[in-house]
Write a protein that binds this ligand. Sequence first.
Ligand code: CU
Length: 474
Amino acid sequence: MKTFVSVVVAAFVLAGCLNSENKATKIDIESLPKETAKLTHAPEVPPPITRKHAARVKVDLETTEVVKRLADGVEYTFWTFGGTVPGPMIRIREGDYVDFTLSNHPDSKMPHNIDLHAVTGQGGGAEGSFTAPGHSSTFSFQALNPGLYIYHCATAPVGMHIANGMYGLILVEPKQGLPKVDKEFYVVQSEFYTKGKYGDKGLQPFDMQKAFDEDADYVVFNGSVGALTGDNAMKADVGDNVRMFVGNGGPNLVSSFHVIGEIFDKVYVEGGTAIAQENVQTTLIPAGGSAMVEFKIDIPANYILVDHSIFRAFNKGALGILSVGGEENHNIYTGKTIDAVYLPEGGAEQSIKTEKEPEKFAAKTFEDRMEMGKSVYASNCAACHQPDGKGIKGAFPPLAESDFLMADKNRAIKAIINGLNGKIEVNGETYNGVMPAVSLDDEDTANVMTYIMNSWGNKGGVTTPSEVKKVRGN
Ligand SMILES: [Cu+2]
């Protein structure tokens, strides 16, 4: 009798919970129609779900440990879901019953598991999916809550499994579906901690101390520097409504996600389904969290995805491009219409004088010029051309082994003094960007020229201040 009562009470409490939360659907698992989820690799998104009923969905995911490119000349041993970082995107519907099988490749050195933030249950599935190399595990769950969720490995040391690349997104579409859009993209930010500094070549091991200190060497979209730039840029057309499913795998950093030149019409904040915000410039995406951003594209441009913690974007890799072609609309944006010389009254000379100008050390030897040039480079050029001189594909041309630089020294000096814009070709790639004039005196210009022409494999001899003076005079 006692057990009967407690069972009845428990059933009432349970039913009450379910009703008040209005989440769990009573389903007859055996009678649900079966299907297999179509998984996609970033930036591709699985097709929208059109069915109007729950299904029993099979999801198969494999964990592998693979060596791949992290940046140009830099490799890393990634631990992955599905062989890529991020892992494949999974798309299901609220109320679906998912049979999830995680297989760990026999060549893996580590056990792995999966914690899906979409799962209500022990460890988000981690406990049910702990899998040794050469084994597979299956567990099932009902997707109770709609939204956009991170999944990640949660095997100890958890931080290390995530830092090595084990995360991705699972979308649980609300029952009524998401509004139709023209293009959808899948983007995940994350960071990497390597023994070497940003850009140091070769196979870079994971650095636990830097991960402890949250001192990331790389902050990237979709697993590597350049995964969404140059030939890999996402593409859309004027008039498109675009939705981006954006996740942040961390392991440590929060993302200030921003698209340069666009405004988000809508942000489903933190990946939830109530539209909490409209007309947003930058949205915060927590580590282990997500956001869905939507915007209509009015005019053609290269829209640049960044983490607006901006050194991460221009110095650690957190850059992506949405490339949009199509008809210009000068009602919205004209581009530069006037380029004129500006001569303020009283002449062009401006000076901010300190009491007594410190005497400037003039380089005497080649070694002096290299050393001083290096520091001029670090504070005036590296932000764009990168500390390793390799530039950023599609945005900033390389100086390392640059045929453009090495072919004409005076042209390069002129570029530093006056800036440079218009189409140029560097090592077979076309650039059409704008380099602002860098205001340096003859001495600093000579030193930085000497430095860039004799670093990263370049061999171009000394540049002297008198050569710079001559170019300036012309
Ligand atoms: Cu793992």
